[in-house]
Design a protein around this ligand. Structure first.
Ligand SMILES: Nc1nc2c(ncn2[C@@H]2O[C@H](COP(=O)(O)OP(=O)(O)OP(=O)(O)O)[C@@H](O)[C@H]2O)c(=O)[nH]1
Ligand SMILES: [Mg+2]
Length: 448
């Protein structure tokens, strides 16, 4: 049997106890299952009906509401029924068992959304936006997910894609008339249109980058010599005593993690063991882990003690060498309170006191600047997947531009345009492999 011909069932509300729990059934058997459970002969679509829920042996297990959404006017596009019972895990379990008894099977993670996608109710970015809306960690994240869900991101991609297709038709037409091709390609209008497409794509890519920062957050790793004040800094940033602070060098051995919101950016702050030569096997292991964290950072906060006459420039170099060029290192001169210095910021350096909190705001701003975050820059929540496809399209279009401007090679340009069209189609799901679809939907929760 075709997988999509199965009728599926899952609980749609969170697990645990509550006022109401909703069990959702989707597929050809949905209505029949609902009628059997409620012992009714008829339910009208979109009208909430009060009903008792019966076992096959006529015991009433609960009373609640029944809602029927007739295909294609439902979330999945199939017949869908929602059974609203009391919020007890026992009742939920029984309602699911009854549905299975009458012919449904348990839904896989994300299978409702997957069906909505396969039945063209939503495209891929919208399906992802549902998951993102549910997962949103800030109001901004929720607002941006909602915009994607309403199709704003898809529309931008579609509009751009349409321009790519049109330009390609244009170029192909020219290739079909070789004697005019060169003139046609040199008259400037193709180059101009291509440039406009690249400009628009650059804007979308910027916006998607911002959206991705809001969605995924940034991993910020605090590193430096022992006693520089790293643990004091993670405590100051998170506003609670996450890590032990003492004046003994080598206090922190384990990796400490704390997630905080910096405006709308989820910051995953990591405190690490002080970096130095050590003979203590426990500390050695801590230092090994510290280096491992540094290598996985989006941004490193390299903390130095303002009292150290000799700043650890060697360590700075060592850290820089471990990192890809696009990872930012912010140098923090800590303990300015002991020197009577004022908080300040210069180039990639911030002077602050983790203990008194002076200069923390400057550091937060520095982190945002370092990753190029503008508070109003994001228009939609983007995933790494979207950004990769956008970048692919960008590379193809700029290669195509070279083909045109340098080599006057219309055929090669047409080919790059076609491939850019495919890259854009991956975002909305027009051209997506089954593998990728499986990967995306299986990361959703059951019931979505
Ligand atoms: N006056 C002052 N003291 C500070 C400041 N930051 C940290 N300290 C002190 O410096 C000492 C070491 O601080 P920690 O935060 O434990 O330093 P650390 O870098 O985590 O040290 P390890 O875990 O050993 O690597 C403690 O006594 C802190 O109170 C600061 O801004 N000003
Ligand atoms: Mg520490």
């Amino acid at each position: 049997m075709n997988r999509q011909e199965d009728t599926i069932v899952a609980v749609a509300t969170p697990s645990g106890r509550g006022g109401v729990a909703i069990v959702r059934v989707s597929g050809v058997l949905a209505l029949q299952i609902a009628l059997q459970i409620t012992q009714k002969n008829h339910v009208s679509p979109r009208v909430a009906q009060y009903a008792s829920f019966y076992t096959p042996t006529n015991d009433v297990i609960d009373q609640g509401l029944l809602l029927y959404f007739q295909s294609p006017h439902s979330f999945t596009g199939e017949d869908v029924v929602e059974i609203h019972g009391h919020g007890s895990p026992i009742i939920v379990q029984q309602l699911i068992q009854l549905s299975v008894h009458y012919g449904a099977r348990l839904a896989n993670p994300g299978e409702f959304s997957e069906r909505a996608f396969l039945n063209n109710k939503i495209d891929l970015t919208q399906a992802e936006a549902i998951a993102d809306l549910i997962q949103a960690s800030s109001e901004t994240a929720a607002r941006l997910a909602m915009r994607s869900l309403q199709g704003e991101f898809s529309k931008k991609i579609h509009d751009l894609d349409e321009r790519v297709i049109n330009l390609r038709l244009h170029v192909e037409a020219a290739i079909d008339f070789p004697e005019e091709e060169i003139d046609f390609l040199s008259d400037g209008s193709v180059a101009k249109k291509l440039q406009q497409i690249i400009d628009e794509l650059t804007l979308i890519l910027n916006s998607a980058n911002q959206g991705s920062i809001i969605r995924e957050g940034l991993t910020v790793v605090i590193a430096g010599r022992p006693n520089a004040g790293k643990s004091t800094l993670i405590n100051a940033l998170s506003g609670r005593e996450v890590a032990i602070v003492t004046d003994i060098a080598g206090t922190t051995r384990d990796v400490m993690r704390e997630s905080i919101l910096l405006d709308d950016i989820p910051l995953h702050v990591v405190d690490t063991a002080g970096l130095r030569q050590s003979n203590d096997p426990i500390e050695q292991e801590g230092i090994r882990r510290a280096w491992q964290e540094v290598r996985g950072a989006d941004c490193v906060l390299m903390v130095m003690d303002a009292n150290e006459s000799e700043q650890p420039t060697e360590l700075e170099t060592e850290i820089r060498l471990q990192l890809p060029a696009n990872v930012h290192v912010i140098h923090i001169v800590n303990k300015i309170d002991t020197q009577g210095l004022l908080p300040a910021t210069e180039a990639s350096r911030v002077y602050l006191s983790a203990k008194t909190g002076e200069g923390l705001d400057l550091l937060k701003q520095k982190i945002k600047d370092a990753v190029g975050y503008q508070s109003l820059g994001g228009q939609f929540l983007a995933r790494k997947r979207h950004i990769l496809s956008l970048k692919k399209a960008y590379d193809l279009l700029t290669t195509g531009q070279d083909q045109l401007l340098i080599h006057r090679a219309g055929e090669l340009l047409a080919d790059d345009l076609l491939r850019a069209h495919h890259a854009l189609g991956e975002i909305t799901g027009t051209f997506t492999s089954d593998d990728l679809l499986g990967k995306i939907f299986s990361s959703f929760c059951i019931g979505k």
